[in-house]
Design a protein around this ligand. Structure first.
Ligand code: ATP
Ligand code: MG
Length: 461
């Protein structure tokens, strides 16, 4: 604004005798808004003057000509300047890689340019000059910079097109998820992260000082989803932060991740929940296809489904060691997925009927076999991405199950209240989108699927 004002004043004093010229000069000036064209659209403007803005990816200099590669979120374009225009040539010599600039220039067809068009620079304005880069945007090979260093400078790291893609895919995935929930008339609810008691069990919970008392960061929106159904909402979903004080340094655990959760009333069997999740995932994958982001295989319904008992038998035949008969180890998950993929050509598999030992107290048990829960996990390309279950909604049974699990009943008093004044039978599940993205894009670690990962040692940036 100040710049404009000064120019206006200068123009005014220089052109005292020619007021019309002064106004015209201002209108043509680079600082005056000329509509910005995104790089993807440049081909529609051959032989026209346009304004583009973005990061300077590279400058190649020769004595008579300079090539500047400009990048915005839609792509890159080669811009040129010859030494005939001395001041412009000199100005470009001072620009460092990754500076942000605004360029006005003429679009020309150029067969030799990488995109078939180039921009002849007429004016350039530096909007932000970059200092020496701590990490490179264009790397010689993908392992040039270590992951921790890249994460330290994440905002530079995500300028790379393959990193940008991760978050574009995530956005599509989420749009697909919302489309499904919208179509099926789910209600979106927001649940608190501060809790007076841990939501599941004590071990993986973060304690925070909360004025004169201690609060706990929510490990899942589980209890609040159920409360909403006790409130008569019938179908709810949540997108929110989930906190786990997991000391494990694995490629699939974060201390904060995003939880996609849903919960529905009047369901009795896990098949009904599985059906919902299948449709939701198909909607997510279809959206990625619609947005043409990557080649994607849409999973077919019904996804393969096997019981935990069957899974253990198959794994035994494959001579895979089993540590617990009520849960799968990461190796068992990987192997089971491989077997299913080979047999059914499917990347997903629902694993059902977990023994009570491996499940929380609120999972409903089968009437005909109280040692088994009406619960499931969904595995995708070898890792768990979802846990779901029909919930126990009868207070007396719920309390008994909590006692069986040696839970502290006092800390569950508030939760138990939700079941006292009429509560529909219900069920639902919790899903980790970071894990889906990681597997969908074959990323080495979940940290790559997260804009700003939090793990045992990382709290910045
Ligand atoms: P795991 O056994 O793999 O640690 P979990 O059974 O503890 O997972 P749940 O409590 O069932 O996880 O959480 C629901 C979903 O949330 C998981 O299926 C997974 O997709 C995701 N999730 C759980 N823990 C993490 C984590 N620490 N980091 C990222 N995603 C997670
Ligand atoms: Mg789980």
């Amino acid at each position: 604004m100040l710049n404009l004002l000064n120019q206006y004043k200068n123009n005014k004093s220089n052109n005292k005798n020619n007021q019309k010229t002064s106004i015209k000069t201002i209108k043509n000036n680079h600082n005056i808004k000329m509509k910005r064209t995104q790089i993807k659209q440049i081909k529609e403007h051959i032989s026209k003057q346009i304004c583009i803005k973005g990061f300077v990816q590279k400058i190649r200099g020769q004595s008579k000509i300079k090539f500047l590669i400009l990048r915005d979120i839609t792509g890159t374009i080669q811009c040129i300047c010859t030494s005939k225009d001395e001041s412009l040539f000199e100005q470009i010599s001072k620009i460092t890689p990754e500076s942000v600039v605004s360029i006005i220039g003429l679009v020309k067809e150029e067969k030799q340019a990488p995109s078939g068009v180039e921009l002849k620079i007429e004016k350039i304005e530096i909007l932000s000059l970059s200092e020496d880069l701590p990490i490179q945007v264009i790397e010689k090979n993908k392992t040039e910079t270590t992951l921790p260093k890249r994460l330290d400078y994440r905002w530079i790291d995500i300028r790379k097109t393959d990193k940008l893609k991760i978050f574009q895919v995530w956005t599509s995935l989420e749009i697909g998820m919302r489309k499904y929930f919208e179509k099926e008339k789910f209600m979106q609810i927001y649940t608190p992260s501060f809790m007076s008691t841990p939501s599941e069990s004590g071990a993986e919970v973060f304690e925070v000082k909360y004025f004169e008392t201690t609060a706990y960061l929510s490990q899942s929106p589980q209890f609040y989803k159920q409360m909403a159904l006790a409130g008569g909402f019938e179908k709810v979903f949540v997108v929110g932060p989930v906190f786990r004080a997991e000391k494990s340094n694995t490629t699939r655990h974060l201390t904060q991740f995003t939880g996609w959760d849903f919960e529905v009333s009047y369901v009795d069997e896990i098949k009904e929940l599985i059906d919902i999740e299948e449709d939701m995932i198909i909607s997510c994958f279809k959206q990625i296809e619609i947005d043409k982001l990557i080649d994607i295989k849409i999973p077919q319904k019904p996804f393969p489904t096997i019981t935990m008992k069957q899974a253990k038998e198959i794994l035994k035949l494959e001579k895979i060691k089993s540590e617990k008969d009520y849960d799968l180890s990461p190796e068992e998950e990987r192997k089971l997925s491989q077997i299913i993929e080979k047999k059914f050509k499917h990347e997903f598999v629902f694993l059902t009927d977990f023994p009570t030992q491996g499940r929380p107290f609120y999972h409903k048990r089968y009437d005909e076999d109280k040692t088994l829960t009406k619960s499931f996990d969904l595995l995708y390309k070898g890792i768990e991405i979802t846990t779901g279950a029909i919930r126990e909604h009868k207070l007396e049974i719920l309390k008994k199950q909590a006692i069986d699990k040696e839970m502290d009943l006092e800390s569950l008093e508030q939760y138990f209240e939700f079941f006292k004044y009429g509560c529909p039978p219900h069920g639902g599940c919790g899903l980790g989108p970071e894990r889906i993205i990681m597997k969908l894009l074959d990323l080495e670690t979940i940290k790559e699927a997260t804009l700003l990962p939090r793990d045992v040692t990382r709290l910045t940036p």
